[in-house]
Design a protein around this ligand. Structure first.
Ligand code: PMP
Length: 442
């Protein structure tokens, strides 16, 4: 640890930490001071195996020289360029590279600084698109229970996490939610896509009928819901959503903040499932988590709807001071180079069967009521302690930290999403580590 901070509660008081039990943390801080490849270094010098790619973002592993060098070089060459009415080459190069990477009908990219901003941007594009086409009555947004779309007002409105919504008033109006697809009674211990629940997509048809399609702008879902415990879409579910949206002229937005950039063993979940969204929201792995940046992809049809009217007018009144920031763009380009040169998406696809079997070896361990996986994502659901939900999984997280590996917990679910550079030996180490803590916790 830096000798400027001794980590007494007094030193830690000014930073109000995000999504953290601050009072508890500041009594017993878990402090990281370094990282390389598959490991963090803790303040006490211990190596911590990163089973979560940070927060689902460090897909190429930590402190990769190509990325850190690109950032340093860009910082010395062009540190900042005004984002409005001016450009710099790397943002344009990056947008072209991204469109090539996704390789479907996505044709244009808007840049943001986070997943949350990407979500807001996507929702605004969707509503404005319909207005641009003369369909101003299409204002409703449909999300899903247990959906996580970041923390801004649009995102928590379409999101379906009660604890993230309940303190913040009326939120956006005109929002409705489909049911989630978590069916533990029918799908427990499914490998990959679960068999049951594809018909839940028909709930969208019910909602469309209720509100009338002419009032609905867009549906937003995570192809695989990550933050609420790795909910993998049942077979046929996403295609059915696509079909209903197409039938009714509703835009389908995929929030690929977690599933993007190789996590599924394909560039994006859209590629993995072969389903074409109208708008795609990304962030995290775009820069390997190193620099804040997000990218929102849209089809040519959406983009072109805005390119009408007098040429001197701004087509879409939206953007951020740091949209397409030069240093972030350089980091993203170096990240995409790293993914490509090292074949990391293919590597993730190759490792996925081994990952699946390793994870499912946890079936039968104490407290385990479900194991789920897809690509290099996995979850282990635990039976809750009566009256103290979330406590058992959180105890696992704390013990894992003490033993030198990082897992993530959400409710009574342990989630894992290692960097795509993980070796089979490290997969075993991680899963055996989880097995060990499961046997220890009450
Ligand atoms: N959407 C999804 C699906 C996410 O998983 C996240 C972050 N976990 C976000 C949006 C928000 O991203 P950020 O924290 O970068 O704002």
């Amino acid at each position: 640890m830096s000798n400027r901070l001794n980590a007494t509660p007094n030193d830690l008081r000014a930073f109000w930490m995000p999504f953290t039990a601050n009072r508890q943390f500041k009594q017993d801080p878990r402090m990281l001071v370094g990282a390389r490849d598959m490991h963090f270094t803790a303040a006490d010098g211990r190596k911590i195996l990163d089973g979560t790619a940070g927060l689902w973002c460090v897909n190429a592993g930590h402190c990769r020289p190509k990325i850190t060098e690109a950032i340093a070089a860009q910082a010395g060459e062009l540190d900042y360029a005004p984002a409005f009415q001016m450009g710099h080459p790397k943002a344009f190069e990056l947008a072209n590279r991204l469109v090539d990477l996704v390789g479907n009908k996505m044709a244009h990219v808007l840049f943001t600084n986070s997943g949350s901003e990407s979500v807001e941007t996507a929702l605004k594009v969707a509503i404005a698109y319909h207005r641009a086409k003369g369909n101003g009555s299409r204002f409703r947004l449909i999300g899903r229970e247990r959906g996580y779309h970041g923390v801004n007002f649009g995102g928590i409105s379409v999101g379906g996490i009660v604890s993230n919504r309940k303190m913040f008033g009326t939120l956006l109006t005109g929002v409705d939610h489909m049911p989630h697809t978590h069916l533990p009674d029918r799908n427990a211990f499914s490998k990959g896509e679960p068999e049951h629940g594809g018909d839940l997509a028909d709930e969208l048809q019910r909602i469309v009928t209720l509100h009338d399609a002419s009032t609905i702008a867009a549906v937003i879902v995570e192809p695989v819901a990550g933050s609420t415990g790795v909910l993998i879409p049942p077979k046929g579910y996403l295609q059915r959503l696509r079909d209903i949206c197409t039938q009714h002229g509703i835009l389908l937005i995929f929030d690929e903040v977690i599933t993007g950039y190789g996590r599924m063993g394909a560039p994006f979940a859209s590629n993995y499932y072969g389903i074409q969204p109208d708008i795609m929201v990304t962030a995290k792995g775009l820069t390997n988590g190193v620099i804040p940046m997000g990218a929102v992809f849209v089809t040519a049809e959406i983009h072109d709807a805005f390119m009408t009217g007098p040429e001197h007018l701004i087509e879409f009144m939206h953007g951020y001071t740091y949209s397409g920031n030069p240093i972030a763009s350089a980091a993203a380009l170096a990240t995409l180079d790293t993914y490509k040169e090292e074949g990391l998406f293919e590597r993730a696809a190759d490792l996925a069967p081994y990952w699946q079997e390793a994870l499912h070896s946890l079936k039968g361990e104490p407290h385990v009521i479900d194991v789920r996986n897809i690509g290099l994502i996995g979850a282990v659901e635990l039976s809750p302690i009566s009256g103290e939900p979330t406590k058992r999984a959180f105890s696992c997280f704390v013990r894992a930290w003490e033993k030198g590996f990082l897992i993530r917990t959400t409710g009574d679910i342990i989630a894992m999403s290692p960097p795509l550079i993980i070796s089979k030996g490290q997969i075993d180490e991680l899963i055996d580590g989880v097995r060990g803590v499961l046997r220890e916790v009450q």
